[in-house]
Write a protein that binds this ligand. Sequence first.
Ligand code: BGC
Length: 427
Amino acid sequence: MNKQKFQSMIDEFTVNQEELQQISAAFRRDIEMGLVDEQTSSLRMLKSYVGLPAGDEQGEFLALDFGGTNIRVLRIKLHGHGQFEILKKVAKPLRVQGIYDFIDAQAKAEDLFDFIAGLVDEAIDENHEQEFLLGHTFSFPSEQTNLYNAKLIIWTKEFATKGVEGQVVNDLLSEALVRNGVGNVRPTAVINDTVAVLLAAAYKQSSTYIGSIYATGHNTCYLEPYKGEAKARMIINLESGAFNKIAPNTYDKILDEQSEKPNEQRLEKMVSGRYLGVLFGLVIANGFGASNKSYDFTSIDLSAILSDETTALDDVKKIMEVKLERTILQEECEWVRALAEAIVVRSARLVAATFAGIIWHLDGDTVRKQHIAVDGSLYEKMPLCVESIQKALYDILGEQASALDTVLENGGSGLGAAIASAIEPVT
Ligand code: BGC
């Protein structure tokens, strides 16, 4: 393998300033077309039936956070004034290799929701006397008709449990709670995790209108003002991971074809943690002359590769030699690292381009001073992500980007679910 060949593969992951601006403009167009008619946009534009919190919401609530391979149930007390307290937290994985798996194509809805009901029971210390209201952060594309009623449109993030798509998820949950003797817990609100992040961030500080998840999956929501229309402001879950106006490169195409749901979630497959390691593995297989092989890398490997500060890139060498089962030269370690950097930086730049598209829709050419709330392991922990988002915002918006401040809203899914239970719905 030679350096030029490797470099040309890396080049497939670069997005220049002009391309970024075009992506932002296309994203804005998809929002504006989607507001008129969702069928004409690749964004799902899902209504959440909530606006922003006032910050004075109070009370004790259960919060179910269902969106990744780990499921969490929390008991949260809201004190108002942006203050809250976590009284109890239980968490379990939905899949333990060789033991159980509630999210693969063999798993059934009943078993999955029975497992969740068990966790809820733990969170309330098996107290079956008191009534509890439960806010549910369900982080998959769902069609809502009100704050309670959300029907799963399609699984994402490679989830595949049978019998959930097309169903009202809170009904499946309520039935499981009753079956398991926990009928005193009443699911009230269901929201997407991006909505939860926005609610949680806005509960603590005003001037926050955009909430995003940058983790295993990716998605963004924002507060739609319905300018010039007599409609109450409402948070719209864009399902931006489904955005499909970015030209895929060779590896994006292969990844998509091999995924659970080809043609769906095209942006998510370019940017989110579930897929970055897979993309990296595809390029490595091609680069190291074994394109018939697949290498199992994860975004945690990418993070380790980018965090290697040794001069000889010892960690990179170790990771690669274990996966490829052969000796890796120092020069090759450098290419590998450059590839990891290109994949992660492209991801962050594309995410930033979608933020800029929303800002253009909301503010036009005069960007208001505001925070953009983001939660997720990539934003929090992946080297290069935060600074690449900021740089890309400047590339797209110029000096106007100085009005924007992206903030980490850690653990927003739980707090947001509790706020959604406490808040007045928008009808
Ligand atoms: C889902 C979104 C979710 C995002 C982040 C995506 O796969 O479609 O609903 O917000 O992941 O968890």
